[in-house]
Write a protein that binds this ligand. Structure first.
Ligand SMILES: Cc1cc2nc3c(=O)[nH]c(=O)nc-3n(C[C@H](O)[C@H](O)[C@H](O)COP(=O)(O)OP(=O)(O)OC[C@H]3O[C@@H](n4cnc5c(N)ncnc54)[C@H](O)[C@@H]3O)c2cc1C
Length: 457
């Protein structure tokens, strides 16, 4: 097998033994990586096809890897797997200023693609914390969302065309560049969010947006989740599609930041309630801030918020975002902890926040539970530090969190996918009929079960 692969990709494209560095085995604490047979690094999409055909001929299992930032162990190899890394598929092929599209290979790093588009005065509609390592193929395969979903949707909404290599090496090229194409089934959707189990994404056409003329960022505080939800509705009504982010933090998160993250400076006094970072991507520059101010003023008058501040400059804007995204140092003081990424109807969020804190505290009285997330997308994150990182405790907390989600008709995975970590819980968010159709699709496209086996299903 190794010689077959070396013949396709050349010596530079193949790693074995001690040359397989930690990058390929990093599970981010989600399970343990097995011992892969080798790492194959094709330099072109055509080589991906030849690699897959060679593996198919020998019934060899393959796991695709992009930047290895995934948080559910989806890219982790099992014993004997071939790792197919897209790290050499880094060609940006074309940027179409009229059609507003970017055509690029799967291994292009998200931030590289963002900067390439920004240089042309355009915006790639996806942004997330892992931008410096995550690849286009990875964000497509996990249907990533990020902090602009309320404005631009998830990757599924922004991929116009895609090329994937199937388990037997067949190249399925659907490199559509139009917004509208209803000629039969939309096959590209099969590969978006299927975490490398149905095909290897090699190239894509991504929809671009004009860059906003002005960005206005606000921090507010409200007394209850119900007020936060009403505030969100108010912003959607008054600012329309200009609302780009709406990030809510439960009161315990604010207290945690003050206690454990000395470098972060929350803008309000302690005990200010539920805080929200909202950001507006405005189509006009001159009146952007006054319009946001007037909208926040309306919310104050209606009692939906009782405190508000607008970032006066880029430094303040960055400081606001750091409160939301930069708590890593404080988080480390909580270790070990378990993180969750779940979604539910907005109307269920208050109940979720109350129950998750109460139910974990019942079993683990000295636990710390933080709740925060992208409320506008129905997506909340939970950080639970229960004083133990043991597998049995992880399982017990999973059961609590996902049990509440099942009761509330939510999803056990809002963003990061299923991978290995959430496999046992797929049926808590999907009906038996849905899971059966997933198996049917998998069997149709990969009858030998060679692509990323043991993941998702
Ligand atoms: C700090 C941080 C912040 C994050 N924030 C967000 C967020 O706000 N919103 C959000 O949605 N996600 C978020 N994520 C998750 C992020 O979206 C994923 O980690 C990312 O999309 C994976 O890209 P990757 O290139 O690293 O893929 P990998 O981690 O290498 O792989 C992820 C999965 O995709 C498969 N895969 C990778 N490349 C391909 C390919 N070319 N073809 C087929 N399958 C492939 C792998 O087999 C694996 O199952 C965050 C992650 C981190 C670490």
């Amino acid at each position: 097998m190794i010689e077959d692969l070396r013949a396709i990709v050349g010596p530079a494209g193949l790693l074995i033994g001690a040359d397989i560095g930690p990058r390929y085995l990093n599970t981010r604490g989600r399970g343990t990586a097995g011992r892969p047979l080798c790492v194959v690094r094709p330099g072109t999409p055509a080589e991906v096809s030849r690699v897959m055909a060679a593996c198919h001929a020998r019934n060899q299992t393959v796991v695709a890897q992009g930047g290895m930032t995934g948080l559910v162990g989806g890219g982790a190899p099992r014993d004997g797997d071939v790792i197919l890394s897209t790290e050499r598929l880094t060609k940006i092929e074309a940027l179409d200023r009229d059609g507003l599209t970017l055509m690029a290979e799967a291994g292009v790093v998200l931030q590289t693609a963002q900067e390439f588009c920004a240089d042309a005065g355009l915006e790639l509609p996806l942004d997330l914390g892992a931008r410096g390592s995550a690849t286009l193929g990875g964000v497509i395969s996990t249907n990533a969302g990020g902090v602009r979903v309320i404005r631009h949707g998830m990757m599924r909404d922004n991929v116009l065309g895609l090329e994937a290599v199937l388990a037997d090496g067949t190249v399925l090229s659907s490199m559509n560049r139009m917004l509208k194409n209803n000629a039969g089934y939309d096959l590209k959707q099969l590969f978006i969010g299927s975490e490398g189990t149905l095909g290897v994404v090699t190239r894509a056409v991504i929809r671009l947006k004009p860059r906003p003329k002005a960005i206005v960022t606000a921090f507010t505080a409200s007394r209850s989740v119900a007020d936060v939800a009403s505030f969100l509705r108010h912003l959607q009504t008054e600012m329309g599609a200009e609302l780009g982010s709406f990030e809510v933090m439960w009161p315990e998160y604010d207290a945690f930041v003050r206690a454990r993250c000395p470098a972060l400076k929350p803008p309000f006094a302690p005990n200010c309630g539920f805080t929200v970072l909202s950001e507006f991507l405005c189509g006009s520059a001159g009146d952007a801030e006054p319009r946001v101010e007037a909208t926040l003023g309306g919310a104050l008058k209606q009692g939906l918020i009782d405190n508000a501040v607008i970032a006066k400059n880029e430094r303040e804007r960055a400081a606001f975002w750091t409160v939301r995204e930069g708590a890593g140092e404080g988080m480390r003081t909580l270790l070990p902890y378990f993180v969750y990424d779940v979604s539910m109807p907005i109307a269920a969020m208050e109940s979720f926040g109350d129950r998750v804190r109460a139910d974990i505290a019942t079993t683990y009285p000295n636990s710390t539970v933080l709740v925060l997330g992208h409320m506008g997308d129905g997506n909340l994150h939970v950080v639970a530090a229960v004083g133990s990182g043991a597998a049995a405790d992880h399982r017990a907390v999973d059961d609590i969190v996902y049990g509440i989600i099942r009761d509330l008709d939510g999803s056990v995975s809002a963003e990061h996918g299923i991978g290995v970590e959430k496999r046992d819980y797929l049926g808590w968010s999907r009906t038996p009929a849905e899971v059966a159709v997933m198996h049917t699709l998998k069997a149709a496209l990969d009858p030998k079960n060679l692509l990323n086996p043991g993941k998702v299903l």
